[in-house]
Design a protein around this ligand. Structure first.
Ligand code: GRF
Length: 206
């Protein structure tokens, strides 16, 4: 990793509330890459969670990545932990199964530098309450022939920002929310790190 000021490493904070399988893929992708002299290094420098027992924290420990546990009151009524993120030198925020809505202060502080992954083909099956198994249950109940993933920029409305990438998979007649979730996770793991990297490099920062 390069360290001089003009070619400093781009630092990502990954926000996650759960198991963190996407966080693991992001960490494996970025933190094991030797930066080329032609492009800046990118690393996951911080893992942020709202849950003290979230699986993602064990993954962070495994890779010796600093963690930040956030509190509801401060997140929503304070300034959304912008000061802490800036103090840690965070350039880009990646949401990976983070269940709280991002407050305006934080969205604005990282405008154009915050992305999310949603386990369905937005604009369908998005918005408040549409997360995790609720998404897959609704997709199956509506007998959708296909589902997929959407990677998008984050703005102040749930699941609303500009789409960066979508990929589809079939919904099978005997799918349960669990089997569909597994297929969706495979798509997420295959595409999220690459799309995050392309997005960061397109912003001109890296
Ligand atoms: C993923 O399906 C993601 O799309 C959704 O939450 C899930 C997180 O899974 N937003 P994991 O914690 O990364 O395994």
């Amino acid at each position: 990793m390069t360290t001089d000021k003009n070619n400093a490493t781009i630092k990502i904070a990954v926000f996650a509330s759960g198991a963190g399988s996407n966080a693991r893929k992001l960490i494996e992708h970025f933190n094991s890459t030797i930066s080329s002299p032609l492009s800046k290094g990118i690393e996951v420098a911080l893992v942020v969670s709202n849950k003290i027992d979230a699986g993602v924290l064990q993954i962070a420990a495994e890779f010796q990545i600093p963690t930040l546990i956030i509190e509801k009151e401060k997140f929503f009524r304070g300034n959304g932990y912008v000061d802490e993120l800036k103090q840690s030198g965070i350039d880009f925020v990646v949401l990976a199964g983070f269940l709280w809505k991002i407050p305006s202060t934080l969205v604005q502080a990282y405008a154009g530098a915050m992305v999310n992954i949603h386990p369905a083909l937005l604009p369908k099956y998005g918005g408040k309450g549409m997360y995790g198994n609720f998404v897959h249950e609704a997709v199956i109940a509506n007998k959708e022939p296909e589902s997929g993933i959407t990677i998008h920029m984050v703005d102040e409305v749930f699941d609303n920002g500009a789409h960066l990438f979508q990929a589809t998979c079939p919904v099978l007649a005997d799918d349960t929310p669990a089997t569909l979730a597994q297929r969706i996770h495979q798509l997420e793991h295959a595409h999220y790190p690459r799309v995050v990297e392309e997005t960061i490099r397109k912003t001109g920062k890296a």
